[in-house]
Design a protein around this ligand. Structure first.
Ligand SMILES: Cc1cc2nc3c(=O)[nH]c(=O)nc-3n(C[C@H](O)[C@H](O)[C@H](O)COP(=O)(O)OP(=O)(O)OC[C@H]3O[C@@H](n4cnc5c(N)ncnc54)[C@H](O)[C@@H]3O)c2cc1C
Length: 397
């Protein structure tokens, strides 16, 4: 293999490129990224509104095509089409091996065109734009109380803003962590002075009179909330638009097998293409083999070694057997999770204590452990991880 192209120059793309070199790839390595930045870490963007560049291995020896968007893939000719740029020669690049690592993008508001002052948060530029607006005393409405919306609400409250958090479900984090943890987080939000509205949705963002800037948010029950700015935290969509018509199997991400080899529409792995990170839709052993794209930092890092290995060793691939894991910091509670809490049909609370900030909750599907969420319970988390470990190798396709 002479030329490998990595599309998506962020966590998964960078770590896969490094793994390719560490596993002996000495050919031409190109990273393509549509953001005008070298790779940086996303978790601090919502927790501390801080920019944290990722370390890049000094001997990576890669060509960086930064600020260039991939717009098409031709698997017959083995080329990636790139948008714009000033060198015509770069408008199409050929590959012998391709890594798809384009992650996800923030889900956009499906309705009306939005007034000025309504933001989404996925990247560094979003955080810079938002940070400039987050000044003490301003009224912020955050729509969506998943992890990202909850973290941002907590961070803005700490900066002294008046924060209102809107959630369609009955509790924050309900889908990701269940209603018991949701009720616990609701208590933390309210104790911090965040106004939480659950079980309601936004009908309209209204401009302030005589301006094109947001002035209020109207809920479906007619309640009008004054707002100086708003953030939409509605979840993420896999960035697979550039793969449309390529012949690869798409739907909730790019489909791959347990070896991270990307599948064609007929379900057969396409030779020379692997995927890593948030964009990958994989069969999940802990969910009985159901396909899910997870969106966890640690999973993106763990994919890197497997994706590189599968690309370099097509005759002898190794399955990805990582245990999904996730963390979040909210109002001083450091949540750590292993497994797939969202796949559970039963939640068991061992401890959920606001005063001590201690959490231990387990998740089960048909009576079997599928995940755990803890805070200040490092030993217990390790024990749950150990219990889940033999199960992640159960489905190898
Ligand atoms: C604000 C925030 C906070 C988070 N906090 C946590 C946390 O606390 N814990 C946790 O486990 N996870 C967290 N995550 C998730 C974690 O950051 C992701 O799992 C991780 O970034 C995945 O890396 P990735 O490289 O797969 O995708 P991304 O980081 O999304 O990178 C994909 C890259 O590809 C680029 N790209 C997309 N389309 C194209 C194209 N057509 N051409 C070229 N480039 C393209 C994108 O612009 C981007 O730079 C958080 C995410 C966000 C946004």
């Amino acid at each position: 293999m002479r030329r490998i192209v990595v599309v998506g120059a962020s966590l998964a793309g960078l770590r896969t490129a490094e793994a390719l070199r560490a596993q002996g790839f000495a050919g031409e390595l190109t990273l393509v990224g549509d953001e005008p930045h070298m790779p940086y870490d996303r978790p601090p963007l919502s927790k501390e509104l801080r920019i944290a560049p990722l370390d890049v291995a000094e001997d990576l020896d890669a060509r960086w095509l930064i600020g260039r968007r991939a717009v098409g893939l031709d698997i017959g000719r083995r080329t990636v089409a790139l948008e714009g740029g000033d060198t015509a020669a770069y408008d199409e690049i050929g590959y012998d091996g391709l890594v798809i690592a384009t992650g996800t993008a923030a889900r956009q508001w499906p309705g009306q065109p939005l007034p000025q002052g309504v933001f989404t948060l996925r990247g560094l530029d979003d955080t810079l734009a938002l940070r400039a607006e987050l000044t003490e005393g301003r009224r912020l409405v955050v729509v969506g109380a998943g992890f990202l919306g909850s973290e941002l609400a907590a961070a803005a409250r700490e900066l002294g803003l008046e924060v209102t958090l809107i959630e369609a479900a009955e509790q924050p984090l309900q889908r990701a962590a269940g209603s018991q943890v949701g009720a616990y987080v609701a208590e933390l939000h309210r104790a911090a002075g965040i106004a939480l509205h659950t079980g309601c949705t936004v009908r309209e963002f209204r401009t302030a009179p005589g301006t094109d800037r947001i002035g209020s948010v109207t809920l479906d029950d007619g309640t009008s909330l004054p707002a100086d700015l708003a953030v939409l935290a509605l979840g993420a969509e896999p960035a697979t638009g550039w793969l449309a018509g390529s012949g690869l199997r798409l739907g909730g991400g790019v489909h791959a097998d347990a070896y991270l080899r990307v599948l064609r529409a007929d379900g057969v792995p396409e030779p020379g293409i692997v995927a890593a990170g948030d964009v990958v839709n994989l069969p999940q052993p802990l969910a009985g083999g159901a396909r899910l794209a997870l969106g966890h930092w640690a999973d993106a890092v763990e994919h890197a070694g497997t994706a590189a290995y599968s690309l370099l060793n097509p005759a002898d691939p190794r399955p990805h057997q990582g245990i999904p894991s996730f963390w979040s910091d909210l109002h001083g509670v450091k949540f750590r999770s292993v497994g797939l809490p969202a796949a559970a049909d039963e939640v068991r609370v061992v401890e959920l204590d606001v005063a001590s900030r201690r959490v231990e909750v387990t998740y089960h599907f048909r009576g079997r452990l599928v995940g755990a969420l803890t805070a200040r319970r490092t030993g217990r988390l390790a024990a749950y991880r150990q219990e889940l470990a033999p199960r992640v190798g159960e489905f190898v396709n």
